[in-house]
Design a protein around this ligand. Sequence first.
Ligand code: GLU
Ligand code: ZN
Length: 493
Amino acid sequence: MDVRVRYAPSPTGLQHIGGVRTALFNYFFAKSQGGKFILRVEDTDRERYTEESLQDLYDTLDWLNVKWDEGPVVGGDYGPYIQSERFELYKKYAEKLVEDGKAYYCYCSSERLEKVRQEQIAAKSDYQGYDRHCANLTEEERAEYEKAGIKPVIRLRVPREGKTTFHDVLMGDITRKNKDISPDPILLKSDGFPTYHLANVIDDHMMGITHVMRAQEWIPTGPLHIILYEAFGWEPPIYCHLPMVMGKDGQKLSKRHGSTSVRDFRAKGYLPEAILNYVTLVGWSLDGSTEFFTKEELEKCFKMENIHKAPGVFDYKKLEWFNGQYIRATENDRLAELCMPYLQEAGFISADPTEEEKALVLNLMGPVKERMKVLSDCVPLTAFLFKDEPVTDPAVYIAKGSDIAKTAAALEKGTAILLEGLKNGEEESVIEEKLAELSKELEIKVNGVFQPIRVAITNSTVSLPLFDSIRLLGNETTAARLERAIKVLKENN
Ligand code: GLU
Ligand code: ZN
């Protein structure tokens, strides 16, 4: 079988991490099967459609380097791939269903429908939904409505008897009594716009889609789609509904948990390869243990059977850790390019960087990459080099388990040891050793000595390794900042 799968988002908002997961599963499945990955834009909801979200869709897939074989921009034999350019087709097929008696025109006003709804609620009726008022209109009745200029919708005739089963690769057979399926849903609206069901089914069929992989929240519409396929006399595709993406609390991932749009992750400085790798692990695994995959590996090893049934947990901390790993594995020159915009945004580096600035940024990458979890971390980590905002709150200098008096002593004596060592060109390990000795003398932990020194030099508790900071700052500035901090502590002691 020549596999053809699609990602069919509705451009009504920024690409959500869950949507991207759907795109990646489809993409990797297609690649591993030697099949085609198709992008289809389901923009029939013109009220919620935004240009920005369509652009965001393209940008996101480009950023992840996920290329679609057919779809907007690139074209293909089954286009157009944007639903709003296919309205003629949907109309034609909806009318064909009417001709075949599988669907019918409905002229009911929204007022009438609302009244019916209210009555059903009042009567606590089992039967909820459209009352099929127009299901069997005579030609004369129709002509009346038409003459009055009422524009009809087209409704699918859902059988009331029997049941419908659809098969899902992961969930098995899902069967529903037809009488429980929403009665006679609209396929074509009175303004000629298709509903999701109609356009989705027609396109999947017309585009030769073999497997539908989409979020589990679409399972309830499955039986209805099967009925629609039957009405058309078409073979339905193979369905594989993907496990939900949850937060750690077991609730569906949402803004409550943190950022959910890929754009936000990108802005914070997540690398595309880290997002791609981590998101693919939400609800899928190769062997239950391998965590690191390149895109090329996933293109080979992704199997549908390995998709989990149970919801996948999106763990922000884990992703952050992943990103840190990917950052450390990135070459310094690429990393320098990636960090540059953040440093420019912070005003540390000019908009049009000089060669010296570029060299400096490159030089920073060695120490910085060890401490970064996201690219934007490069700003707080290097701020001490570009601006000097001394810490005047003595509490910040004091390590856990120490106090102001010991901290003042540690800083003063530590400074003497450090500056002496630097002057004499002592090895870092030797100086460290001496500072550790000092902590013993003062009966505090090692950090009781190092913390005030680091805060003095970098004006911050988040910083680069000590000797990297000194090297970058220069011995003279280092000495001046240490002396300044000694004063702060003395004044407050
Ligand atoms: N346009 C639908 C969505 O936004 C597509 C659902 C499907 O894949 O069938 O999720
Ligand atoms: Zn009606």
